[in-house]
Design a protein around this ligand. Structure first.
Ligand code: SAH
Length: 268
């Protein structure tokens, strides 16, 4: 039987305790009739633990953390998701979470509709709640980070993943699968992988060594109207590789789910 799993609201590393608060605590206390001594699986500090209830209050259930359990890790994938119609966007956040992405940055793209761009900042909390729910439902041990809505320019400037792919419905793009399976050579990927490897030169590793970060991947999906030519230029400047999912124009949320699934199948 699989044990019930919760994601802690607070974590005290020094005392090896963690707590559920608010609604989660109320649910555990009232509905599940939690009592001291019972054990649950609890995610705290990004790791899954066996945890024993130490104290139950109506709005706070405290656990003592026991051994760490074997757990899955997130797909090392940062999704840059242009903001589009909120109901579709929420669906994409939920599915991307189920499929294992590590991080989502909602992008204020040029063709993100004005009223959506203005309302986005107020929606982030809701997207984060959706990510928490989907993480529990899919039994993830980590909740993907949902960044604040961001401008494309600053997000691209900050991106360090050595493999960076831009989902593009342009015909000349490489198929995603080919881009992920091709040995890094020439162009964007190898230059970025070398940059990443060279940051490790103090450790004495050869600069060409494959370092764990070289597995990291960033993937960008455009809004309903697609990226503007100016945005595509930004991507090119930052050495992102345009990739295609085939000859059909997909809705952004379909493209997101398909791309993450393909990435997971190849690199998960
Ligand atoms: N410009 C398009 C719509 C964009 S679809 C139009 O003709 O109306 C929204 C986003 O989904 C795109 O920016 C792209 O990131 C992604 N996308 C859609 N179909 C795709 C495909 N076949 N391959 C790769 N990405 C695709």
């Amino acid at each position: 039987m699989t044990r019930r799993r919760f994601i802690a609201d607070t974590w005290d590393r020094d005392h090896n305790t963690a707590a559920l608060t608010g609604d989660q605590a109320a649910h555990l206390a009232r509905v599940l009739r939690a009592e001291p001594g019972q054990t649950y699986d609890l995610v705290a500090g990004g790791f899954l633990h066996r945890a024993e209830i130490a104290a139950v209050l109506p709005d706070r259930v405290t656990f003592t953390l026991h051994e760490e359990l074997e757990a899955e890790t997130a797909l090392p994938l940062h999704l840059l998701l242009a903001i589009f119609k909120f109901d579709h966007f929420e669906w994409a956040v939920e599915k991307a979470t189920e499929l294992g992405v590590a991080r989502i940055t909602p992008i204020l793209a040029r063709r993100t509709e004005k009223h959506l761009a203005q309302a986005a900042a107020k929606r982030v909390d809701r997207w984060r709640r959706i990510a928490i729910e989907a993480s529990k439902q899919s039994r993830r041990t980590s909740v993907p980070e949902i960044a604040d809505p961001s401008q494309l320019r600053s997000t691209l400037a900050a991106e360090r993943a050595p493999i960076r792919v831009l989902l593009s419905e342009l015909e000349q793009a490489t198929p995603l699968k080919a881009a992920l399976t091709a040995p890094p050579r020439g162009g964007a990927i190898s230059a970025a992988a070398q940059a990443s490897a060279s940051t490790h030169k103090n450790t004495g590793e050869a600069v060409t060594a494959v370092v764990p970060e070289s597995q990291n991947l960033a993937l960008a999906i455009g809004p309903e109207g697609g990226w503007t030519p100016e945005e595509i230029d930004f991507f090119t400047m930052h050495a992102w590789q345009p990739v295609t999912l085939g000859p059909r124009i997909l809705r952004a949320e379909t493209a997101a789910v398909a791309a993450i699934a393909i990435t997971g199948a190849i690199r998960g």
